[in-house]
Design a protein around this ligand. Structure first.
Ligand code: TYM
Length: 332
């Protein structure tokens, strides 16, 4: 059971149909971590309920998300793949960390500010303390690295601060984690408002490409993508629409941005957008096929979740009992 490799931890919320942003910024990169790291991948259902969810949909997505991870190439035998609420230590540690996290720190989190603006009728305490639950996720496993997209970097920085603060009071409790952000694809932008992150909860369906969108839908969405006034296919800060499409194309084809610019020199947007749609649909087709097969086998998915929860619990309990001892709780 003891594994001496460094630890990697990452999570995805089962709060919507996952996008190519989640895929390129996070999930696609997960399988390659399995060799070097002991990896934990968590479906964070407790984070998801910080905004209102329909219970039946949340339950359905809690099956769909691990199926998608596996369909994207993650081997559940080599990785610990599990659901957050199946390991109560996350919520327990989160409470303790809440008492070591400052109100001011949480108030500065941009995701909290964005989500409170978006859900003004439901700015609940869970939304506010979301980052301490995320810190608990990470710190429970003595995590060395956290592979994420750019939008989660601020949360990992807060996690580091909480870990440092706790370690100063109670030495050698937590490993202080480092974020790992991919060079390309760390922030895929909306196809309709390219100055905004592509988000699975966007109400404009044309702004997001979902991992499970069929080929025609993918091609149509890219065709409608907002581009910029002149027709040159080049990366530039004043051409966010085209720059985003070049990033997406380069992530799906493995070509560099310069190679893409060269390939489409003198060619029009129409042709380029079709090529982006084609490359994306071609990469996602086998993922979708495997996903359908896996989703039909609920018993298998439950066995993966169960094995994952048992493994995660083993590691989580070790940290939790150490933390409980350090803060002065009685362990019976
Ligand atoms: P979530 O569910 O919003 O997103 C999951 C992962 O996808 C990345 N991502 C993106 N990457 C590139 N471009 C985009 N447009 C894009 N949108 C999302 C995210 O950065 C993330 O890596 N709080 C986290 C879930 C979480 C977690 C954790 C992550 C909970 N506990 C512990 C790491 C470690 C979240 O809401 O991710």
């Amino acid at each position: 059971m003891i594994d001496s490799r460094p630890v990697s931890f990452s999570g995805v919320q089962p709060s919507g149909n996952l996008t190519i942003g989640n895929y390129l910024g996070a999930i696609k990169n997960f399988p390659e971590f399995s060799e070097k790291y002991k990896c934990f991948y968590c479906v964070v259902d407790e984070h998801a309920i910080t905004v209102r969810q329909k219970p039946a949909e949340l339950r359905r997505r809690t099956y769909e998300t691990p199926a998608l991870y596996i369909a994207c190439g993650l081997d559940p035998e080599k990785n610990t793949l599990y659901v957050q609420s199946h390991v109560p230590a996350h919520a327990e540690l989160a409470w303790i960390l809440n008492c070591f996290t400052m109100f001011g720190e949480l108030s500065r989190m941009t995701q909290f500010k964005d989500k409170s603006a978006k859900h003004a009728d439901n700015i609940n305490a869970g939304l506010f303390t979301y980052p301490t639950l995320m810190a608990a996720d990470i710190l429970l496993y003595q995590t060395d690295v956290v592979p994420i997209g750019i939008d989660q970097k601020q949360h990992v920085e807060l996690t580091r601060n909480i870990a440092d603060r706790f370690n100063q009071l109670f030495p050698d409790t937590f490993t202080v984690p480092e974020p790992i952000i991919p060079k390309a694809g760390a922030k895929i932008m909306s196809l309709q408002e390219p100055d905004k992150k592509m988000s699975k909860s966007d109400e404009n369906e044309n702004a997001v490409v979902r991992i499970l969108d069929d080929r025609d839908t993918i091609i149509r969405k890219f065709k409608r993508a907002v581009t910029d006034s002149d027709s040159a296919i080049v990366c530039s800060p004043d051409k966010p629409g085209v720059t985003n499409l070049i990033t997406i194309y380069s992530c799906f084809t493995g070509k560099t941005a310069e190679e893409v610019e060269k390939e489409f020199e003198g060619r029009g947007y129409g042709e380029f957008k079709l090529a982006v749609g084609d490359a994306c649909a071609a990469k996602l087709a086998p993922v979708q096929e495997e996903y359908k097969r896996l989703l039909a086998d609920k018993a298998y998915l439950e066995s993966v979740m169960k094995k994952g929860a048992e493994e995660a619990t083993y590691y989580a309990r070790k940290t939790l009992s150490k933390v409980r001892r350090k803060v002065g709780f009685v362990n019976l």
